[in-house]
Design a binder for this molecule. Sequence first.
Ligand code: GLN
Length: 443
Amino acid sequence: MTNIKLHDKKINSFLEFASDETVAAASAAAAGVLAGKKFAVKDNIAVEGMHLTCGSKILENFVSPYDATAVKKLKEAGAVCVGKTNLDEFGMGSSTDNSALAVTNNPWDLERVCGGSSGGSAAAVAAGMVPFALGTDTGGSIRQPASFCGVYGLKPTYGVVSRFGLVAYASSLEVCGIISNSVDTVRSVFEVIKGKDGNDQTSIEHIPADPAAETVAVLAGDLGLKPEVEAAYKKAVDGLKTAGFKIIEVELPMLDYGIAAYYTIAMAEASANLARYNGVRYGHRSAKAEGFEDLVRKSRDEGFGDEVKLRILLGTYVLRSGFQDQYYTRAQKIRTAVRNEFDSVFEKADLVLMPAFPTAAFKHGDQSLDQFQQKLADKFTVAANLTGMPAMSVPVSVEDGLPVGMQLMAPVFAEERIFRAAEKLAGVLPPAECPGKMEESND
Ligand code: GLN
């Protein structure tokens, strides 16, 4: 662990490391398909005996009494958890700079963000500290940091990986997924963590869809991409052609509406899910409070960061009585329309290729990408969450020294179709290694 800790000093992807004794004991006992494989866990997913901060002051001192189902399954398969990674507070953001606890730097360029919200997980993988990491994806939080860090990031079909032990942000949208530098590792980890779980009533059995793919749909017209992403998109399309895929052009006009629908639904669900942090049962409790109401108000005021407060306020606003039809119900109708649009594309194509984000990794504090612009930039990723479909960000090129990834999206249960296409594409456009990658180490 010494080398990982040293290597992480400049990147800061970890919020907590497992103790050397725990890692040594788990490694010695490891047996199973992932025996001895090290992994990191985004700090909104529970690992027994470790902190579960969600990047928030409100849970800064909370230690999880149990393992999330995905973590439990990985441990049973012999994988060894080495630590918890940084994230945007409660998964709300696209840079990891919304973490209240640490600033994580992109291992490709330390002045830049690693993406978010699973930024610590993506940075740790890109820097070679772990072969894979768990993340969560509510609106792009696995795929976008994977793109910024030049690694693979899978958002599985909704419900296929149990959410038990994942701290809820927007329950109808989020999934637990995988970040890795190899498609094969993503596949083998997915095989281990998927499946119905009695502890999560929304979880479902994975019934694999046809893995074959011939036709890939790409987006026509001006997508509003920065030149580096435009160039990478073109390379990916050409790469798919070279790999033998037939390309068709489609338009997805609902993508522009999807973003408003996503934020309406996500904030509404967040306002309900985050009501539990009231300073009473667990989490931060204000020392200055007088009386119950004051305790709730002060604990929440002191514990939550600005972005979280904004979302709770907006979520409460859209759900207030008499206005649900105007906002929440309307957003759900748009959600259905987005799904219908993708369903009709999948009648003509087996996969859809889309950018993960309109820019490459931006600098910390870049004012041209303020919180509002970052939300608009989720346009391409939220579709997979609104529809429940799987999507994986695939590293396709390096532009001006920064990696750019593209997403392959498929109908529900067609993860294997994505893996195979990603492998074919890697044959034509092999992923570049991060220059700041640490040597393989056995510490
Ligand atoms: N950027 C999106 C948001 O801020 C996605 C976050 C996520 O997937 N957790 O909500």
